[in-house]
Design a protein around this ligand. Structure first.
Ligand SMILES: [Mg+2]
Length: 412
């Protein structure tokens, strides 16, 4: 009934991942995802130097108590490094509890509320024909909901566009697959909100004309608009019936969302960079959003995100958990177990990891007709091949950043 070992494993098969592996005295192991894109080693130190020594000898069955101890005893609260570290411990303890009970984690959370999880993928293209090809490729892979990102005339590099990797120094890496580029410094990109606002409604009109009215379409504004610009975009996109408009404006000033809300019925999703229920409290209570984008990995784990989503459920606000490739297979499994169990599941982001990542992390989830299911293996259903992980040492990599035409740094 005690924790014997807490090891931090860093591996970089297709990108960097940080994984916590907890082993109990009787040899049961649990995994937790602690990956913080571009700041990975800060969480490694937090876990290795400050958390792992506290876990040795603790009772692995006390998930809630361990969470509260790590959150409150640090004195310094919140923030992505702290909450990713706590999340990894929380996930690993749920994994262990599932294995001890002989049940998948979703059963411990109350059992399945649905047969599978609707997931969306990322279609992109610099020009419309390339975007259409990408949408078709996603439909062929089974996706039933698709995020649309496109190039903007006059700009070199746009968030989420696959084909731009060669001209922005990304080598042969697919940019939509992994926006963090390996190297000592972040790549600089360019941005022009006015050009974007003028271009985007026509893109959605073209996509609707080509693919019809039925497929749920999403778009990520990636924090780049002011509140009044976001309000305009939401209004301009109303004819194209978006499933959601994501991160329409930076979320530090949450009051800003009130202005956006006053002007548009386009559903809003926000919160992939949030860390705690406190970041969501006011915008859920005031019904300023429709989807909670928090990731299990960055919100303090399954325990903490479930509390946030249960609170959101009182306002008919649903989940839309963050699921890009920097959420490791362990973090994705945690999201799937949570999404299957809660009543207010909305949609799951699902980008699909590369072949090397899938070899390092053996997974038991299924992807059938556009629906994810975490599988019925006890625990989270993911095992880490330590030898395979050791073949891919950490490599420095950063997300890009933006500058406007006059050189001003802008939100990326
Ligand atoms: Mg996003």
């Amino acid at each position: 009934m005690t924790i014997d070992k807490a090891e931090v494993i860093v591996t970089s098969p297709d990108r960097n991942f940080v994984t916590l592996k907890i082993t109990t005295a009787d040899g049961v192991t649990g995994l937790g995802d602690a990956t913080l894109n571009g700041r990975e080693l800060a969480v490694v130190s937090y876990l290795r130097d400050h958390v792992a020594p506290l876990l040795i000898g603790a009772d692995e069955r006390r998930i809630e108590d361990t969470w509260q101890f790590l959150y409150r005893s640090a004195y310094w609260r919140r923030g992505p490094v702290t909450m990713a570290a706590i999340a990894a411990v929380d996930m690993a303890l749920w994994d262990i509890k599932g294995k001890q009970a002989g049940m998948p984690v979703y059963q411990l959370l109350g059992g399945a509320s649905r047969t599978g999880l609707l997931a969306y993928g990322h279609a992109s293209g610099k020009e419309l024909p390339e975007l259409f090809d990408s949408v078709r490729a996603h439909l062929e892979k089974g996706y039933r909901a698709i995020r649309i990102q496109t190039g903007v005339p006059g700009l070199q590099a746009i968030y989420g566009i696959a084909s731009q990797s060669a001209d922005t120094g990304g080598g042969d890496a697919r940019y939509d697959h992994e926006p963090a580029r390996r190297g000592a410094k972040p790549v600089e990109e360019d941005w022009d909100t006015r050009a974007y606002l003028n271009h985007l409604p026509g893109v959605f009109e073209a996509v609707r004309n080509e693919f019809g009215p039925d497929i749920p379409l999403l778009h990520d504004g990636h924090h780049r608009m002011t509140p009044i610009q976001a309000a305009r975009l939401g209004k301009d996109l109303e004819p194209y019936d978006l499933f959601w408009l994501e991160d329409c404006t930076p979320a530090e000033n949450q009051e800003a969302l009130r202005l956006v809300r006053q002007h548009t019925t386009t559903p809003l999703a926000i919160g992939e960079i949030f860390n705690t229920v406190w970041d969501f409290k006011d915008i859920i209570r005031d019904q300023l959003i429709d989807y909670v984008r928090g990731a299990v990995t960055h919100m303090g784990g399954i325990s903490a995100l479930k509390k946030t989503l249960d609170y959101a459920a009182m306002y008919q606000i649903k989940s839309g958990m963050h699921g890009p490739t920097d959420i490791s297979p362990v973090g994705m499994a945690a999201a799937m177990h949570l999404g299957l169990a809660i009543h207010n599941f909305g949609i799951q982001e699902y980008m699909q990891h590369g072949a090397r990542t899938d070899q390092v992390f053996q997974q038991s989830f299924t992807w059938t007709n556009g629906m994810l299911h975490p599988g019925d293996a006890p625990g989270l259903g993911v095992e880490l091949d330590v030898d395979e992980a050791g073949r891919y040492p950490y490599e420095q990599a950063y997300l890009p950043y933006n500058r406007l035409a006059d050189g001003t740094v802008h939100d990326w």
